[in-house]
Design a protein around this ligand. Structure first.
Ligand SMILES: [Zn+2]
Ligand SMILES: [Zn+2]
Length: 368
């Protein structure tokens, strides 16, 4: 039976989002339908709101969902109605990269995550009798019910606070994974994080988990710097002045072993490279669009410095999200401190609060 759901639909570039009754199809044999409990607001959602072209609209966005499996297709194994789940990104499971365990580089990543439809071009969502684009990151989790692939679905312990777990599927996984998976720093090494929103603060918490020190947070917002210090940073710097690279050199006595750029702006990536010791590695996680040229000094890079781009924290969600939850339960990754919830009917307030930086991570909730 198709099911009626409340969803936030983007009907025009720039918004606002319209909260509407939608109809969500039954899952196909290889799909599951999930009743959402919470969904994060990520900057990738905001980017689509700001830049959507008419062919993409109307669309249901959202890609940090958590909820309960409502029904499963006949071919699905390993999941059952009632399971508590976190949703992550989409991948095909069949291409060379997926088979090698680097599904964050799936050959079909762009189409499956940004195409607004299933791989065959269809959509499970309708509103007012018309088709609505969906399947954003295989999710469209700003809908109370979503149809998704078991590949997107990670089963979690039902004793966990399900409402706030959705950001594990993108933002938290991205920041923590850049440190724990991509950089994998040795204990005692120094690490600097540029921009401490939800991704950067997740990187800070992960650096503490890895035993790094000093851990240096760089952010112009004094509230974010204060939070970074509470979550594991040993130093917090305001980049507004010119001297942040020199300050990092002083603190680390010659440069950071590792850095994480969470913005992608050319000036920030350059500083994240310039602050590195020799050798040193910078993980660039920020995204400012596909046309984003950066210049830097090759003579600096030559001495063993590495710049690496990171998608989704280099994480296999099925292994990494349980690892992050173990850390959370041990009190070592308190990501709940980043989150503020809004009911789905207030999603435009949540989007505005995220845009203005008033919240670190907004999560919309659907009630029980
Ligand atoms: Zn693939
Ligand atoms: Zn995201």
């Amino acid at each position: 039976m198709a099911i009626t759901a409340t969803a936030a639909v983007l009907r025009a570039k720039g918004g606002p989002l319209s909260v509407e009754d939608t109809v969500v199809e039954d899952p196909r044999p290889d799909e599951v339908r999930v009743r959402l409990v919470g969904s994060g607001v990520c900057h990738t959602d905001l980017g689509v709101v700001a830049t959507a072209v008419p062919e993409q609209l109307p669309i249901i966005l959202g890609h940090e969902g958590s909820g309960v499996v409502e029904s499963i297709g006949g071919d699905v194994t390993g999941l059952a109605p009632g399971d508590h789940v976190v949703l992550s990104y989409a991948y095909c499971g069949e291409c060379d990269n997926c088979r090698c365990g680097v599904q964050m580089h799936c050959r079909s990543f762009m189409g499956l995550n940004f195409g607004g439809a299933r791989a065959d071009g269809s959509t499970a969502y309708r509103a007012g009798g018309d088709e609505v684009h969906g399947h954003f990151f295989g999710q469209s989790s700003w809908s109370q019910y979503v149809v998704t692939s078991p590949r997107n679905v990670v089963k979690v312990d039902p004793s966990l606070p399900l409402e706030i777990l959705g950001p594990l599927g993108c933002g938290i996984q991205t920041g923590a994974g850049a440190v724990l998976n991509t950089l994998d720093p040795r204990a005692g090494s120094s690490l600097a994080v540029f921009a401490t929103g939800s991704v950067g603060l997740s990187a800070v918490m992960a650096a503490k988990v890895a035993g790094c020190g000093p851990v240096i947070a760089v952010d112009p917002d004094p509230r974010r710097r204060a939070l970074a210090l509470e979550l594991g940073a040993t130093h917090a710097l305001d980049p507004s002045g010119e001297g942040v690279v020199e300050e990092i050199n002083d603190i680390t006595k010659g440069g950071a072993d590792y850095s994480v750029d969470c913005l992608g702006l050319p000036s920030v990536v350059r500083r994240a490279l310039e602050c590195l010791a020799s050798p040193g590695v910078c993980a660039s996680v920020g995204f400012q669009g596909v046309d984003n040229d950066i210049s830097f000094n090759q003579g600096h890079l030559l001495f063993g410095r590495t710049l690496v781009g990171v998608i989704e924290g280099d994480a296999d969600p099925h292994a990494f999200i349980p690892r992050l939850l173990d850390l959370f339960q041990a009190g070592r990754l308190p990501f709940d401190r980043l989150i503020q919830t809004f009911p789905i009917v207030k999603i435009n307030d949540a989007v505005e609060a995220a845009q203005q930086g008033q919240v670190v991570k907004a999560v919309v909730t659907f009630g029980d």
